[in-house]
Design a protein around this ligand. Sequence first.
Ligand SMILES: Cc1cc2nc3c(=O)[nH]c(=O)nc-3n(C[C@H](O)[C@H](O)[C@H](O)COP(=O)(O)O)c2cc1C
Length: 175
Amino acid sequence: MDNEILKALRERRSIRRYRPEQIKDEELQAVLEAGTWAPTAMGRQDPWIVAVQRPDLVARIDALNAAVWGREAPFYGAPTIVLVFGSDPAAWANSVPDGSLVLGNMMLAAHAVGLGSCWINREREMFATPEGKALMAELGLPEGLIGIGALALGYPAAFPPTVKPRKENYYRIIR
Ligand SMILES: Cc1cc2nc3c(=O)[nH]c(=O)nc-3n(C[C@H](O)[C@H](O)[C@H](O)COP(=O)(O)O)c2cc1C
């Protein structure tokens, strides 16, 4: 079987080079909206999604991540960063899977509207620092949330030249 969604699932790639111009509002809206339709445990809609386009804040988030990573430009110069937060897993054990599905939906939606995206790690550590907590307050988030993940988002400037084949025996069917 095949259809447009299955094709998009196969063809989405992590993009690590972006054009500098900002994406259109309707494109951002489509990506965020797709995130809100991800399934969440018990339908609780635990995740918090924050899209950041203000250049000074994008630079701050990039720097906070770089400080954890120990390398420069973790967001690859993408003009938009989408952060996903969730409850502390001590309070809601499903917060990380919930937020991860939101991120997955948004990556697929980005591809579907012609944008590039890449999941960027290290939000848990970044937003546990005093600077990270201060930034969360500036973003209007309540206390006690954890960072789950983030997306670099923008127009792709380059596509990965090759794709790893899927590993052997990735799935099995037991009948
Ligand atoms: C949980 C998770 C964390 C990731 N963290 C990063 C990251 O910090 N930086 C990065 O460049 N890519 C990151 N990626 C992207 C993966 O490297 C990428 O999905 C993988 O290499 C497969 O490539 P594809 O997405 O193009 O199929 C992450 C992906 C996942 C699912």
